[in-house]
Design a protein around this ligand. Structure first.
Ligand code: G
Ligand code: G
Ligand code: NA
Ligand code: MN
Length: 253
């Protein structure tokens, strides 16, 4: 079987799963946000990382089917949690190829209606590079998503080829400091300077800021001192399947 037909089967035969990683509020220690990360549980190859199939799906155009599946799964899960009294806004990752699809806002809007989820509960994470691929087109799509009430986060901030002038033109709500800087801040003064400057930049622009790749209590404390809003990383929790995340939340409270 070609990877292409295997990927098609994966969507049709429920081999894809969404895992969820919590983002912890550093001031209140509450958890109101999770990031959805796709996993492929392949019958013979075992677990396949999205790094191995998302780029391929983008090249072949099959990303459209996968992103529809991811969005529907995430929104359905958000609705299921709400029905149980668990208020968690869910973010999904959107790649460059998806971002320039003009159908994206309509797709998300239809899914939010179908499951009765307020648009404010859905976040989209995009990288700077995805935007810079085709900035005018990307900004158009982002404006339409934002007009629906969907929130936008810039992922891996500081690593991509980008221009700060686009940050000003885009309807961004949140910056996610790339994990390389966060993981490096224990050892390297420059990394801590970048983290601190990004937190200040975000706040001065009225944006929230998340540190990803938080792997120790030490880094979490330092981030809180620097007034970072949210922390995400293995020190808090790995990405988990929904039932495991619910267990984690019960322990956390
Ligand atoms: O969680 P993990 O290390 O496996 O994620 C690897 C990469 O795959 C990350 O860059 C992440 O943003 C990306 N990724 C995870 N889930 C999705 C998804 O649903 N859609 C897209 N486009 N990328 C995803
Ligand atoms: O590109 P994006 O930021 O969406 O990718 C997130 C990736 O980072 C996922 O693969 C996720 O599993 C991984 N991740 C999440 N928390 C940590 C962490 O604390 N340390 C490391 N090394 N990776 C992490
Ligand atoms: Na992300
Ligand atoms: Mn990231």
């Amino acid at each position: 079987l070609s990877l292409m037909s295997e990927l098609r089967q994966a969507v049709e035969h429920d081999q894809l799963m969404l895992y969820y990683q919590p983002k912890v509020d550093l001031a209140t220690h509450t958890v109101k946000f999770v990031e959805a990360l796709v996993r492929w549980d392949h019958p013979t190859r075992g677990y396949v990382s999205p790094d191995q199939f998302i780029p391929f799906a983008e090249q072949t155009g099959y990303i459209k089917a996968i992103s529809h599946w991811v969005a529907e799964q995430a929104i359905r899960q958000c609705a299921a949690w709400r029905a149980e009294g668990i208020e968690l806004a869910v973010s999904v990752n959107v790649s460059a190829r998806e971002l320039i699809q003009s159908s994206l806002p309509d797709t998300f809007s239809a899914l939010l209606k179908k499951y009765g989820v307020p648009a404010e509960m859905l976040w989209i994470e995009i990288t700077e590079s995805a935007i810079m691929d085709d900035p005018n087109h990307a900004i158009q799509t982002l404006d339409r998503l934002h007009a629906l009430g969907i929130r936008l986060a810039i992922d891996d901030f500081g690593t991509g080829y980008s221009s700060l002038s686009y940050l000003k033109r885009m309807p961004v709500d949140e910056l996610k400091i790339d994990k390389s800087f966060v993981m490096g801040m224990v050892l390297h003064r420059d990394d801590e300077t970048i983290v601190r400057s990004t937190i200040d930049l975000a706040h001065n622009m009225g944006l929230k800021v998340v540190a990803e790749g938080v792997e120790s209590e030490f880094v979490m404390r330092r981030l809180a001192e620097l007034r970072c809003d949210l922390a995400q990383g293995f020190h808090l929790s790995r990405p988990l399947p929904p039932s495991k995340l619910e267990d984690w939340l019960r322990e956390w409270r």
